[in-house]
Design a protein around this ligand. Structure first.
Ligand code: TRP
Length: 334
């Protein structure tokens, strides 16, 4: 008998712009996983509601992100691509998991504390509940592996704890998932401050490159990127800004750090930055074109959503029924 493929689950929020950091650190690495694993990629729209959204924008961003997934090579014929709110079990399992989550542990989450500071006027329960909903996303599909960036490791740890806690309280129910943190452990930093992560919510537009930025914007932002002392293009802890640009260059062009250092030996920061821009543009242009094409074919995107939701619902319903049974809820007669 053929071994059952391991399940991979991941998701991105449809909130505004997807940055180069999101792409290089996450989505780009998902594509090759499709060959080896049964992959489920979700547009996590319910998570987005934890900060204030403009409804029409959320709708648009959701379709944009779905099209982007496909443009980035996530194949709806191979993997399950779907929108979180289309599978009602996510919210329902989150409720059950809430009952095994402690206020204290959610209150301690780094991201909750950060977002509470940033959105002090809207510290809603959803913000605190965010990691429980994320655990529900993961556990519903009996996920083995979760590709996540460093900033999500704490949330994944919570998902593992909740799975183990539930299993020990109610008997074996959930697979305890493992993280799939990128081997190189890189993360893409802000172009204006290499000690901060590149973030799409950065108020300074020059701090990040969005995957949808025009060529001119990409060139301008990279030209304005901060650099370090000296003039040498070298990967080193005392050159955090140049190292970040080198990382972007290497991941975009496919060159190794050594190759890149050789290529830019004796050249100044200016030449280097324009080469980084060329590499980034060469990488994002075909994705932008494909995304644009896909967004014009609404019927196709709708069909992808329908198929994705149907496929995801099957597994989700099975898991939720099992959970409801284990906790003692009387099954509904049908
Ligand atoms: N919290 C994740 C982020 O902001 C997004 C997310 C939601 C997610 N549910 C998930 C990631 C499940 C992996 C698995 O990046």
């Amino acid at each position: 008998m053929q071994d059952k493929k391991q399940v991979v689950f991941s998701g991105v929020q449809p909130t505004g712009k997807i940055t180069l950091g999101n792409y290089l650190g996450a989505i780009k690495n998902w594509r090759p996983l499709q060959e080896q694993y049964q992959c489920i990629f979700c547009v996590v729209d319910l998570h987005s509601l934890t900060v204030t959204q403009v409804p029409a924008e959320l709708r648009k961003n959701t379709m944009d992100l779905l099209a982007l997934y496909i443009a980035c090579g996530l194949d709806p014929d191979v993997s399950t691509l779907f929108v979180q709110s289309h599978v009602h079990e996510h919210a329902e399992l989150a409720w059950i998991l809430d009952t095994v989550s402690y206020v204290g542990e959610l209150n301690r989450m780094t991201q909750f504390k950060e977002k509470s500071r940033k959105h002090a006027d809207n510290i809603n329960m959803g913000l605190m509940n965010y990691p429980v909903l994320m655990a529900s996303d993961i556990l519903l599909y009996q996920t083995d592996l979760v590709p996540v960036g460093k900033d999500q490791v704490q949330h994944l740890e919570l998902a593992r704890n909740l799975a183990e806690r539930f299993n020990s309280r109610y008997s074996e129910t959930f697979v305890v998932p493992q993280g799939l943190v990128p081997k190189t452990g890189y993360s893409i930093k802000s172009l204006q401050d290499p000690s901060a992560k590149m973030s799409k919510s950065d108020p300074n537009e020059n701090a990040f490159v969005a995957l949808t930025d025009s060529k001119e914007d990409i060139r301008r932002k990279l030209r304005r990127a901060v650099t370090d002392c000296g003039s040498e293009v070298r990967f080193s802890p005392d050159k955090p800004a140049i190292s970040n640009l080198l990382t972007i260059y290497c991941l975009s062009s496919g060159e190794s750090v050594e190759q890149a250092e050789q290529r830019f030996a004796g050249k100044g920061y200016g030449d280097f930055k324009s080469a980084v821009a060329d590499a980034v543009i060469a990488m994002v242009e075909p994705i932008q074109e494909e995304q644009k094409k896909l967004l014009q074919d609404k019927a196709y995107l709708e069909s992808v959503l329908k198929r994705g939701a149907e496929s995801a619902s099957k597994t989700a319903a099975k898991t939720l029924a099992k959970v409801y049974r284990k906790v003692g809820l009387v099954p509904a007669s049908r």
